[in-house]
Design a protein around this ligand. Structure first.
Ligand SMILES: [Zn+2]
Length: 250
């Protein structure tokens, strides 16, 4: 019987802590059955990694998304043309992570660059991977007014039940990492069925981890926790995340 692997729906392979140890990181993850990675490139320098032999070697496992992040110091609007080029060359499977981040006081710029990238995703018919901190209601309105048909997922999702229900009106999945939502939200997400798992490595270490940064192998930590909290068998979770992946990117 066909046994799909685990998919890390969101990680940063071109971030130096991971990229310097790429072979080791990928091999440790593969040993646990993790077979696919959606890596997020967020600036020109990271976009260029997509074409490097070092990453091309793992072509079979790595898929890329790219975007201009609302709160990443290396992200710049100047990279928009390079981002468009990646779409033209079909080097990416999604635009992201993009979105709104309430920790930074530049909301007008964030909104402008988000709209520009949502347009780009629409023009190239690509899914969108959202990063949102404290700005879910603003994002909800922007999508409602301009892009109600958007598809993709909300990465690192951890918000209230009300927000979860609201975003369920869109064709958007919820992607879970070590910052797992509360039980009510988790149950809602599982019942709805459109979800992914991610590490966001090297960010979002599991609680109590003493490591310097988050590793790709920790995807299984997230899945174990979700399985434990929901009493859903890991094989069921595996099948579902794979079907969701096929549905969105297949
Ligand atoms: Zn990320």
């Amino acid at each position: 019987m066909f046994d799909p692997g685990w998919i890390d729906a969101h990680c940063h392979l071109s971030e130096e802590r991971i990229s310097e140890n790429l072979e080791k990181e990928i091999s440790e993850a593969s040993q646990l059955g993790i077979t696919d990675f959606i890596s997020s490139a967020l600036c020109k320098e990271e976009y260029e990694c997509i074409k490097l032999a070092k990453f091309q070697k793992f072509n079979k496992f790595i898929k890329w998304c790219a975007g201009i992040h609302p709160n990443y110091e290396k992200s710049s609007e100047k990279d928009f043309d390079n981002l468009t080029k990646l779409c033209d060359e079909q080097k990416i499977i999604a635009i992201g992570e993009i979105g709104l981040d309430g920790r930074k006081d530049n909301s007008e710029w964030q909104k402008k660059i988000l709209l520009k990238q949502l347009d780009l995703a629409k023009n190239y018919d690509l899914p969108v991977i959202f990063h949102t901190v404290k700005r879910y209601y603003v994002l909800y309105k922007i999508l409602k007014q301009n892009f109600p048909k958007v598809r993709g997922f909300l990465h690192s999702f951890n918000a209230s039940l009300e927000i979860t229900e609201l975003f369920s009106r869109y064709d958007l999945a919820f992607s879970l990492n070590a910052k797992i939502p509360n039980t009510k939200v988790l149950e809602f997400i599982m019942k709805r069925g459109f979800f992914f798992f991610e590490t966001d490595a090297p960010y979002q270490k599991p609680e109590n981890s003493k490591a310097d940064f988050n590793h790709l192998k920790n995807l299984l930590w997230v899945i174990d926790k979700v399985s434990e909290k929901t009493s859903i068998n890991k094989d069921v979770l595996k099948k579902k995340q794979f079907e969701n992946f096929q549905m969105l990117f297949g």
